[in-house]
Ligand binder design. Structure first.
Ligand code: NAD
Length: 249
């Protein structure tokens, strides 16, 4: 039980086959009380109920600073503490550079990068008070190698922004006992691709993966468990690769 009695907030964790819910489930088996934030309150509550009693689900559009403050306020009113924040929510879009419209750019940056700022700013005052906390942020191999799997250049830019922001946060918040790290998954089989990834594309991607398989949501959940727990007590500002060897650097 690596997270006994800890409270963990996870954004974007209502999607049934998603990395967020797999992480929530794994955290719960390790004794954590989990708070799921997602766009729809009912879906967030259903997802929380699906991992066991006592977990919570709230609506929170993480692109809105007010919504993030509200959700964290509701969480603290129920739990009294937050030990762990996983900034997981994200969306992608497979377009080429010249096709990116201003609206696409705003949307992809807002959900993949602004969200990390918004939700972290809402949680950090509480963690600072307690001089303790672990924040884990979802980046992607797309940030490290400039895409080339599914998402467009705006997605790569947003996920690369996450790496810079998380490292700067790690530097600034370390003195308050708050660790901040990032996870960079390769291709993980979830619904984020909206069925647009064909079997041929998958086979092609697999050829470049030394472990010879695509990733599963649980592969990434394990990395988040490590970062959330005391097993990683001296790790901050790190990028953890979860890509089957697709990108070795
Ligand atoms: P998913 O689509 O299953 O999950 C994404 C979740 O984010 C959904 O529950 C969705 O409702 C939620 N969400 C979207 N916009 C939101 C908003 N504005 N506010 C709150 N919640 C919002 O996809 P997934 O693959 O589990 O993705 C989880 C994270 O992992 C994303 O940040 C994604 O970019 C990242 N990622 C995924 C892969 C992959 O191959 N699947 C690889 C690298 C990184």
């Amino acid at each position: 039980m690596l997270l006994q009695d800890r409270v963990a907030v996870i954004s974007g964790a209502a999607s049934p086959r998603g990395i967020g819910l797999a992480t929530a489930r794994l955290f719960a088996t390790h004794g954590a009380r989990v708070v799921i934030l997602d766009l729809q309150e009912a879906a967030a509550k259903d997802a929380a109920a699906s991992i066991g009693p006592n977990h919570l689900g709230f609506a929170c559009d993480v692109t809105s600073p007010e919504a993030c403050r509200d959700a964290i306020g509701r969480t603290l009113a129920e739990t009294g503490r937050i030990d762990i924040l996983v900034n997981n929510a994200g969306v992608t879009q497979p377009v080429k550079f010249q096709e990116i419209t201003p609206a696409d750019w705003q949307r992809i940056i807002a959900v993949n990068l602004d969200d990390v700022l918004n939700l972290s700013q809402a949680v950090v005052p509480h963690m600072r008070q307690r001089k303790s906390g672990s924040i884990a942020c979802m980046s992607s191999v797309s940030a490290q190698r400039g895409g080339g799997i599914f998402g467009g250049p705006h997605y790569s830019a947003a996920k690369a922004g996450v790496l810079g922001l998380a490292k700067a946060m790690a530097r600034e918040l370390g003195a308050d006992g708050i660790r901040v790290n990032s996870v960079c998954p390769g291709l993980i089989q979830t619904d984020i691709t909206g069925g647009k990834l064909t079997p041929e594309m998958k086979l092609d991607i697999r050829k470049g993966i030394p472990l010879d398989r695509l990733g599963e949501a649980n592969d990434v959940a394990g990395a988040f468990l490590f970062l959330a727990s005391d097993l990683s007590s001296y790790i901050t500002g790190a990028e953890i690769d979860v890509n089957g060897g697709m990108h070795i650097h």
